[in-house]
Design a protein. Structure first.
Ligand SMILES: [Zn+2]
Lengths: 199, 359
């Protein structure tokens, strides 16, 4: 099948997105070509604005529209606790539980040599810098319950050992192999409440 | 489990085929060579497992000129009647529907729809590299332990992670790389110990069945010893530590369940190279029949047994004894003729690519 070059370019661009195969890329393209001009403009604009305005929070590396994200700017939170997660979506999942009032640190991934991800590709150095001061006395490791999350948590537990702070992990009971975000709020809240020391 | 119906569309040489089977009977599928009798067994197997026992590639399964194969079997297993429909597509992803509902995970199929196949190539289990014996024990354990498939795919992934790490580290790891390796080693050994334990237990369970089945079929009293030969000693973790330098140099993991073997001795002689070809063939079929017996004993469900071209593999005495010692349940046998004394069985005959059912 041959499309006009502009259409083919759009199909190719969509095919680069995660989880989108060539068939879905075609489907999305034709959906957009059939849609109202205004709708398409709104989508294009949303992409551009989001890309332009969002940045990584300079403290916790969550998504933010300013130097510091709203959570890091909230001085009423408990500065003694830092919850370490893999991705911004995990912050959303944990915030939904309402169980955690400390701050976060987003690693932006997990250890996975297959994907070329070693410790140097994660925001681990930045985490260590945050722990250099005296305020933090507990780090909670909230990795995804899969092999890579487990490796990342073990790595951090070893690394943080000499810091003399308490390092805890979520209680088991989350569905294995999945992501934190798939766990329901109650289960995740309970896992957080029942966290255990790993040192 | 019983297969009650098989239908094939554009699978191998069959453009369309519909057969009903009688449960709990020995069914012979007869035909001259290259008439597609093995393809019928393969169709039954593919229907239950969504994989072939002859080819790891998908495309040769689709009939020449067709875009899609459809394999549909109706089975009765664990007191439930289910239809499994598999599609193999030349240009898009395969689909499996169980009672009309799409399934994305195939790792429980072996447990839900137990099936054991013997084919002439299974002589490799006895004669060839350890990987054949590992696949044999893995499949046997997976048929009785629904968790095992997941465990072994976890192990495979951990192994790939570690090997990738070894390649990226090179010869002189820094402190953070050593710590990373420590962490993957710990997880890998954890899975490795579990796999080894389950394989050893499986082998233990199999050994009685292997021994008695061998005696019945061979007619002799030779002693069989089965030994799980580990590629490591003490614990996987300590062995990984000891061989780390070597692993870093070779950029691959030298010990673990992926390097283990099973040694089968017959009267003290290693069956891999020091016993006769006839004894090797007998051992190969005995291993498969023993796993069928184990499945029935452990899970309470009789597996479907497929014997491809078995009659031509053995002398007539062994064939007679073999048919006398088959496990209970539904058994399909492909071949060019029916051996003496089994004339009462159900027969499906193929002539010039078409089917004649008779009994
Ligand atoms: Zn922040």
């Amino acid at each position: 099948m041959i499309y006009p070059p502009t259409v083919q370019t759009l199909v190719d661009e969509f095919s680069k997105l995660p989880g989108i195969g060539p068939k879905s890329a075609q489907r999305i393209t034709f959906f957009l070509l059939k849609a109202d001009q205004a709708e398409v403009m709104a989508l294009a604009n949303a992409i551009l604005v989001a890309k332009e305005r969002s940045q990584w929070c300079s403290r916790c590396f969550n998504l933010s529209e300013s130097e510091l994200c709203p959570i890091c700017r909230d001085s009423t939170r408990d500065a003694r606790r830092i919850c370490v997660v893999e991705e911004p979506r995990d912050v959303v999942a944990l915030e939904r539980t309402g169980e955690f009032r400390g701050y976060y640190h987003v690693l932006q991934g997990s250890l996975s040599p297959i994907d070329g991800i070693g410790p140097e590709k994660l925001r681990i150095k930045e985490l260590l810098q945050r722990l250099a001061g005296p305020e933090v006395d507990e780090v909670i490791l909230c990795m995804n319950p899969n092999l890579e999350g487990e490796a990342t948590a073990l790595y951090l537990a070893r690394l943080l050992g000499p810091f003399g702070i308490s390092v805890t992990r979520l209680a088991s009971g989350l569905p294995v192999g999945g992501d934190l975000e798939y766990a329901d709020e109650r289960t995740l809240g309970k896992a957080l409440e029942g966290r255990r020391s790993v040192l | 489990m019983y297969v009650e119906k098989l239908s094939l569309v554009d699978f191998r040489n069959w453009s369309e085929l519909n057969i009903g089977f009688q449960s709990d009977k020995l069914t012979f599928i007869l035909g001259d060579n290259a008439q597609g009798k093995t393809n019928i067994l393969e169709g039954i197997y593919f229907g239950a497992r969504h994989k072939s026992f002859r080819s790891s590639e998908r495309l040769p399964l689709i009939r020449d000129g067709a875009e899609q194969s459809i394999i549909r079997i109706e089975v009765l297993s664990r007191d439930r009647r289910r239809t499994i429909a598999s599609q193999i597509n030349r240009y898009s992803r395969d689909r499996v529907l169980i009672n009309g509902k799409q399934t994305v995970r195939f790792d429980g199929l072996l447990y839900d729809f137990p099936m054991v196949v013997f084919q002439p190539d299974d002589l490799s289990i006895i004669k060839d590299s350890p990987s054949y014996r590992r696949s044999y024990i893995d499949e046997a354990v997976e048929s009785v332990d629904v968790q095992y498939g997941q465990l072994s795919s976890q192990y495979d992934r951990l192994l790939r992670q570690r090997n990738n790490l070894l390649r990226s580290i090179g010869n002189r790891p820094g402190p953070s790389e050593i710590l990373t390796l420590d962490v993957w080693d710990e997880q890998l050994s954890d899975a490795a110990e579990k796999i080894t334990l389950r394989r050893k237990e499986g082998l233990e369970e199999l050994s009685d069945f292997i021994l008695s089945s061998y005696r019945r079929i061979s007619g002799d009293n030779k002693r069989i010893e089965l030994q799980y030969a580990q590629s490591w000693s003490d614990s996987v973790l300590s062995s990984l530590r000891k061989t780390r330098e070597n692993d870093l140099r070779k950029q691959s993991t030298g010990i673990g369940p992926h390097r283990d073997d099973i040694v089968i001795n017959l009267d003290g002689f290693n069956s891999r190279n020091s016993v006769s070809q006839g004894e090797q063939r007998t051992l190969a079929v005995v291993l498969k029949l023993a796993s069928a017996t184990m499945i029935e004993k452990v899970t309470g469900e009789t597996p479907v047994v497929l014997l491809d071209d078995i009659v031509s593999e053995f002398d007539s005495k062994r064939v007679t004894r073999l048919f006398e010692s088959l496990p209970s349940g539904q058994i399909f046998v492909s071949g060019t003729f029916i051996p003496d004394g089994l004339s009462g069985s159900v027969v499906v005959e193929i002539e010039r690519g078409t089917l004649h059912g008779a009994s």
